[in-house]
Design a protein around this ligand. Structure first.
Ligand SMILES: C[S@@+](CC[C@H](N)C(=O)[O-])C[C@H]1O[C@@H](n2cnc3c(N)ncnc32)[C@H](O)[C@@H]1O
Length: 549
């Protein structure tokens, strides 16, 4: 295979699964000689360094739509996506030492791209001048979000504080800040703009800014430091909310940034039930809610899985936020994770992901049972499909989801203007489902993140079938059993604090309807693992035999 195609395939794999560059070659099924392998690796790493600039160029010169025949929207099986192929070829044309595409002049992708080379080079020079770089290769560094100039610090305005947004603008004016009407990257030290997806509440500043230190706006809870992606679940949850609708639950609340945002979107009125299981984190939650002036939150140190969905106190709950513990793989420092060799790690990593996925599914299935719920947002700060699309797909296929009429909200209700959507091939090839969910990656200037939203029309009008009734009555027994089960899990929470805690996951022999779904999923995953291990062993054996020859 042409080495551009191999590199593009590996890029596709990385975009979908993350992991190390080295691992991506093998995982994408790319066979190469050692020399070739090194060349492909170098091309992938270099392309990733320049990817934001290359994407910027492709907005100005949209090669894929200009050359649809060469670069189709859907690539054939075993071929790389057109975007990745364009990226690796463009890299060589614009940034490699020879500044040329190393392929036959008759190769159609080369011919198509060369048609635009004059324009591409001119636009690149414009970007270079605008960013004040003396050499084109310096653009690689400035495109990295690890450089403060391109990093954005997000500030959420908190209306619960009683302070006005106009007051915040005034304060910023006093401090010498200039509000821009449009996003700009990199931002100047004294510039800011309103985020285009959460425009009325999220302010974007230069990465090195820290004007809030010792400022009353921060100490009085008028602003909250919160990553953009972490604001999305609350925004999606409260879509089309009107105060008279009912109450809300935040099932996994600490440290509480999403809770306080939901509270603000409820105008600090009505009731928001917040669960937090860990005693220490519960303390943090209550401190945080106090600082954020939340008056409508009823916080309890309790396990959400032990709550009774039929309990009278939750009768009015129509919306549930579910942001459970996850691997935290979305919280990454750009390219660092790509360079590590993770072969040794992969087995325990898979196991850990499986445990997390089972727990996450269990949480969703429990939330789906709440009698009046009609909107449930499930989010993670993970970039692994195992914790994201696959968990959502399993939940949709569950008995409780089917019987209670749950489906996935359409894109129009889930921040439709956000471009990066779900991975279709991780959702049974269903484009509509994939469009309904949101993914964020560090190159979007956010943490890696995932947001999905389950909806149903009229929970009150649904008649509860006999098997579901039985499931409901067994819930309390399940809850009692769970209290005695010890389950290990590592957790990294959404705002960059690492927390390792022991927790109950599952214990053999306690089979409920929920556990059955989880078990099915887990055994399929274990089977896959077994096959992978056997293949690895075979490979090692073959290698050893070769050496002995
Ligand atoms: C990812 S963090 C939530 C972050 C939070 N939503 C925020 O934005 O600030 C997950 C939290 O859920 C809590 N948790 C995990 N399982 C739980 C359960 N079964 N019931 C209640 N809380 C749980 C963990 O202790 C942890 O504090």
């Amino acid at each position: 295979m042409n080495f551009y195609k191999s590199a593009a395939l590996a890029l596709d794999y990385l975009d979908k699964n993350q992991g190390s560059v080295k691992g991506s070659l093998a995982a994408a099924g790319i066979k190469s000689t050692p020399g070739e392998g090194k060349r492909i690796l170098a091309l992938i790493i270099e392309t990733l360094k320049y990817k934001p600039i290359l994407l910027q160029l492709l907005v100005i010169v949209p090669i894929q739509s200009l050359e649809k025949l060469t670069f189709p929207k859907k690539s054939s099986r075993g071929s790389p996506s057109s975007q990745s192929l364009i990226l690796v070829i463009l890299h060589d044309l614009l940034f490699s030492s020879k500044r040329k595409i190393e392929a036959s002049d008759l190769w159609p992708p080369k011919q198509s791209i060369l048609k635009y080379q004059t324009r591409l080079k001119a636009e690149l020079v414009k970007i270079q001048i605008k960013s004040g770089k003396s050499r084109i290769t310096d653009l690689a560094k400035s495109s990295s979000t690890s450089e403060a100039g391109d990093l954005i610090r997000y500030i959420r305005y908190n209306p619960n504080s009683g302070k006005s947004l106009q007051g915040l603008y005034k304060e910023l004016e006093r401090l010498g800040f200039n509000r821009l009407q449009e996003p700009k990257y990199p931002l100047g030290q004294k510039e800011y703009f309103l985020d285009t997806h959460l425009n009325d509440v999220l302010l974007c500043f230069h990465g090195s800014t820290n004007w809030w230190n010792d400022n009353d706006w921060y100490t009085d809870g008028g602003i909250i430091l919160q990553d953009k992606a972490s604001c999305m679940p609350a925004k999606v949850l409260m879509w089309d909310w009107n105060g008279g609708e009912g109450e809300c639950i935040d099932a996994t609340a600490a440290p509480g940034n999403k809770t306080s945002y939901v509270s603000a979107l409820m105008n600090n009125q009505g009731k928001l039930h917040a669960f937090e299981r860990s005693p220490n984190r519960y303390k943090t939650l209550t401190r945080m809610l106090e600082k954020a002036h939340c008056k409508n939150v009823i916080a309890q140190r309790a396990d959400f899985l032990e709550s009774d969905p039929q309990d009278k106190q939750y009768k009015k709950v129509t919306r549930i936020l579910l942001d459970p513990s996850c691997s935290g793989s979305g919280i990454v420092n750009r390219l660092d994770y790509l360079l590590e060799d993770d072969v040794e790690e992969s087995d325990s990593k898979t196991e850990r992901l499986e445990k997390l996925a089972s727990f996450q599914l269990q949480m969703i299935l429990h939330a789906l049972k709440f009698q009046s719920a009609k909107r449930i947002v499930y989010s993670t700060c993970s970039i692994h499909p195992e914790e994201d699309e696959r968990v959502v797909t399993s939940a949709l296929q569950s008995k409780v989801a089917k019987e209670k009429g749950w489906k996935l909200a359409p894109r129009s209700q889930v921040i439709p203007t956000w471009e990066r959507r779900g991975r279709e091939d991780e959702m049974a090839g269903d484009e509509e489902l994939a469009q309904g969910v949101i993914r964020c990656l560090p190159e979007d200037r956010t943490n890696g993140f995932f947001v999905s939203c389950f909806v149903r029309d009229d929970p009150q009008g649904l008649s509860i079938s006999a098997p579901i009734k039985a499931e409901i009555t067994s819930t309390q027994q399940e809850q009692q059993k769970r209290k005695n089960v010890k389950r290990p899990r590592e957790e990294i929470e959404s705002n960059m604090e690492d927390v390792v805690e022991e927790e109950n996951l599952m214990e053999a022999g306690q089979e409920t309807q929920i556990d059955q779904v989880i078990k099915e999923k887990t055994s399929a995953q274990l089977e896959r693992n077994k096959r992978k291990k056997a293949a690895q062993k075979e490979k090692q054996k073959a290698k050893k035999m070769k050496l002995e020859e």
